[in-house]
Design a protein around this ligand. Structure first.
Ligand code: UDP
Length: 236
């Protein structure tokens, strides 16, 4: 499949049309942003790592019965995915307190929850992605009740699969963000990426951060962290 016109350019990815209206090609960039786009930078090699890791995780999830947008990896940075219309919700699952959760509720990072939590943000740049609950999502007609129920069930299922997988690599899956999309026939599938940009990964032994928090918080060793995650997943 070949890239046609550029449909969309986001912070970390470009999306191109293909000759088939049901498929698009995603191209991963090394650009990184944080804090609502206020902080900008590049993380050398990130595009390759996020592309390959995200595809690997989609294939793993498919094996566990989770429907995803993934079709075919074309090269290190480019992947064919099913064209979806994105459900304008960021779905966040947490296993351990960190980031905005710790800040919002005034707790330290690193508290292991008895059971995972879920929360939604309304994907809307002008409003800075406000936190909403599922009733708000329904009221705003962002998704139908059945879709939200399906998204919640699938998100927790994804967490179970990923948590176990990453633990086998000596990595704690602290929290992560998912996005879902609708295919032309209305089927809801996992879309977007799963990568160190969208997950918090802590080394299981040392709690060292192996994700985008190194960039957000100027901790240094950003590329090293991404490369370390790549090594754990692919052994290279
Ligand atoms: N996250 C993301 N995109 C966003 C917001 C959050 O991928 O726009 C991910 C983030 O990497 C983390 C999880 O979702 O793994 C929870 O993020 P949190 O709400 O704690 O916000 P943050 O502290 O990242 O601003």
């Amino acid at each position: 499949m070949e890239k046609k016109e550029l449909l969309y350019e986001g912070k970390a990815k470009k999306v191109y049309a293909t000759e088939d209206p049901d498929y698009v090609i995603v191209s991963y960039k090394d650009d990184a942003t944080a804090f609502d786009g206020l902080k900008k930078g590049t993380i050398a090699g990130k595009g390759v790592i996020n592309n390959r890791m995200s595809n690997y995780l989609c294939r793993l999830l498919e094996k566990h019965g989770v429907k995803t947008h993934y079709v075919e990896e074309l090269n290190d940075r480019e992947t064919v995915v099913k064209k979806v219309s994105i459900v304008p919700l960021e779905v966040i699952i947490r296993n351990i307190s960190a980031g905005s959760f710790a800040k919002r509720y005034g707790v330290e990072e690193g508290i292991v929850f008895d059971s995972p939590t879920i929360e939604f943000s309304y994907k809307n740049d002008d409003l800075h992605d406000p936190l909403i609950n599922e009733y708000h999502a329904l009221a705003l007609k962002l998704a139908a009740k059945e879709e939200i129920d399906e998204i919640i069930k699938t998100a927790f299922r994804i967490n179970e699969v990923l948590k176990e997988y990453f633990l086998s690599l000596d990595v704690k899956l602290v929290d992560f963000k998912l996005e879902f999309g609708r295919l032309a026939d209305g089927t809801v599938v996992l879309a977007d990426e799963i990568s160190p940009d969208t997950c918090r990964f802590w080394d299981a032994k040392t709690n060292e951060k192996l994700d985008k928090d190194r960039f957000r918080r100027d901790l240094g060793g950003v590329e090293d962290a991404y490369n370390e995650m790549m090594k754990r997943v692919f052994g290279e």
